[in-house]
Design a protein around this ligand. Structure first.
Ligand SMILES: CC/C=C\C=C\CC(=O)SCCNC(=O)CCNC(=O)[C@H](O)C(C)(C)COP(=O)(O)OP(=O)(O)OC[C@H]1O[C@@H](n2cnc3c(N)ncnc32)[C@H](O)[C@@H]1OP(=O)(O)O
Length: 312
């Protein structure tokens, strides 16, 4: 009772102020264009709904093959959105016929030429190490990003495509989607995330190893049955609408709660249960004192409208 009264008190002091400033902020988000986001050449950033950003791989004439330029832009974009208070959720999609045809094979050729300019094997190795690290960090930027990322996959998702979508938080696809861990077929072990993240995403080491060791194509039905994607849509349009609807639901929640949930779920993937519990306890000793928690609990108790949360 006492706890409830102090919640009420705290709420009465802050609610009207927060609601009006949050409404103002919400309005400004709807009007906003992504002008603050760097203008990119090979990705396109739009805001389909307030607080929902869509990042589109945007080199359709090459089936969104991921060049060095695109890789750098992906990292830069997700790092910016991570700290952008107008962004609460990000949808990753591909423009044109396919989601992505994987790494740009021309940039692989260029890398080969760069290596041929270097004589010493040790220096070649260091050059390669730096490049692989740049690529790894580009996709890990989705996982490190404080905002949840929804991958919306249509048609082909090949090689580096699997690497990037397994770094997303949620994956949806259309019926025509097909997937291929193609690296083994081009003579390399996947090195930018698939081998680490795919087995966790689908929960079967056996299937993950089969897919990674054979490079066989698999279709949306199998992707769904294996848990790689959580929903399949009839076509690309309904897929994107479904992803936006999901993003809106997440964007309507407390940003504190959403960001803490993502952080702790990512952390818990490779930590013990106790370590995960320790981390969330440390976070919640601060976050349970947030206005978001007070407002959301009071709205539940009083069956009020969902609170409008301020930006984070
Ligand atoms: C350090 C390393 C880090 C990461 C490594 C990742 C590894 C991988 O990503 S492995 C996978 C590499 N990708 C591929 O092998 C896919 C190659 N593409 C295809 O198999 C096909 O294009 C297709 C996607 C199945 C579609 O076939 P189709 O409809 O017959 O179209 P195409 O005529 O083949 O292609 C049209 C157009 O796009 C260009 N293109 C397609 N894929 C790539 C690519 N990966 N890199 C560069 N360019 C690509 C293709 O050359 C055509 O261009 P034109 O100028 O029209 O000729």
């Amino acid at each position: 009772m006492l706890g409830q009264r102090s919640l009420m008190l705290g709420r009465s002091v802050i609610t009207s102020q927060i609601q009006s400033s949050a409404k103002r902020l919400l309005c400004s988000a709807t009007e906003q264009t992504p002008s603050k986001i760097n203008k990119f050449k090979e990705i396109a950033v739009t805001i389909p709904k307030p607080f929902v950003y869509q990042v589109e791989l945007n080199k359709p004439q090459k089936y969104n093959a991921i060049s060095m330029q695109m890789w750098i832009e992906i990292k830069d974009c997700f790092e910016q959105l991570s700290d952008d208070p107008d962004c609460r959720v990000i949808i990753l999609s591909g423009a044109g016929k396919h989601f992505t045809a994987g790494i740009d094979l021309n940039s692989m050729m260029k890398l080969g030429q760069e290596l041929s300019q270097i004589e010493d094997v040790g220096r070649k190795a260091v050059h390669l190490n730096k490049r692989i690290k740049l690529y790894q960090d580009g996709f890990s930027a989705l996982e490190v990003c404080r905002k949840p990322v929804i991958a919306a996959v249509h048609s082909a998702c090949i090689g580096a495509g699997i690497d990037i979508i397994t770094a997303a938080d949620i994956r949806y696809c259309s019926e025509d989607a097909w997937f291929q861990v193609k690296e083994v077929e081009i003579g390399m072990a996947a090195d930018v995330g698939t081998l680490q993240r795919l087995p966790k995403a689908i929960g079967s080491q056996s299937l993950a190893r089969e897919l990674c060791l054979t490079g066989r194509k698999f279709l949306s039905k199998e992707a769904h049955a294996s848990g790689l994607v959580s929903k399949v849509f009839a076509d690309k349009d309904t897929l994107i609408n479904g992803a936006i609807e999901l993003a809106e639901t997440i964007a309507s929640m407390s940003p504190i709660a959403v960001q803490a949930t993502k952080k702790n779920m990512v952390y818990s993937l490779d930590h013990t249960n106790q370590e995960g519990l320790d981390q969330i306890r440390e976070m919640n000793q601060a976050f349970l004192q947030s206005e978001d928690f007070a407002n959301a609990v009071m709205a539940q108790i009083s069956k009020d409208e969902k609170p409008v949360f301020s930006k984070l």
